[in-house]
Write a protein that binds this ligand. Structure first.
Ligand code: CA2
Length: 139
């Protein structure tokens, strides 16, 4: 099974700043533990701070992978282009947010991605990514 994980802008800073909201673990450290937890899954990880690069990567993985786990970060709330890219691909998508976007500022309650995804996991920390992998494995 091939699963892609795509993270959006500023998530490269995880574990270094705003640890009260996003936790103290770097994504690289978490990704290593994820690969150990699911040794049979072939993972591909991509992070970018650039909207068009995220669209390109969604299109690149979106016809050959078994699952896409995406945290578009702030682009969740602004990017029609990322929402359109997710609607255009064949690979099923789970939207993940580390924090609970429904318990924060009102502008975070709008997502251009949720309606095009099979589901949303929000507020469960990095564990949300592992739960999304479990879902794809059972599916
Ligand atoms: O909770 C999430 O996963 C978010 O997608 C994170 C985004 C935010 O804009 C969304 O509303 C919710 C922000 C990512 C910023 O990540 C940082 C990590 C460490 C230090 C600073 C920023």
């Amino acid at each position: 099974m091939k699963i892609a994980i795509i993270n959006g802008p500023n998530l490269n800073l995880l574990g270094t700043r705003e640890t009260s909201i996003y936790g103290a673990q770097t994504f690289d450290a978490f990704f290593e533990s994820l690969k150990q937890k699911f040794p049979t899954v072939e993972f591909h990880y991509f992070q970018s701070n650039i909207e068009g690069e995220l669209v390109d990567e969604i299109q690149r993985v979106g016809f050959s992978y078994d699952g896409l786990i995406i945290n578009p970060a702030a682009y969740t709330h602004t990017s029609v282009a990322i929402g359109d890219a997710i609607a255009a691909i064949k690979t099923p998508v789970i939207e993940v947010h580390i924090s609970n976007i429904f318990g924060r500022e009102d502008f975070r309650k709008l997502s251009h991605v949720s309606a095009k995804s099979i589901g949303v996991i929000s507020g469960l920390g990095l564990k949300g990514y592992a739960l999304a992998v479990e879902y794809f494995q059972q599916d």
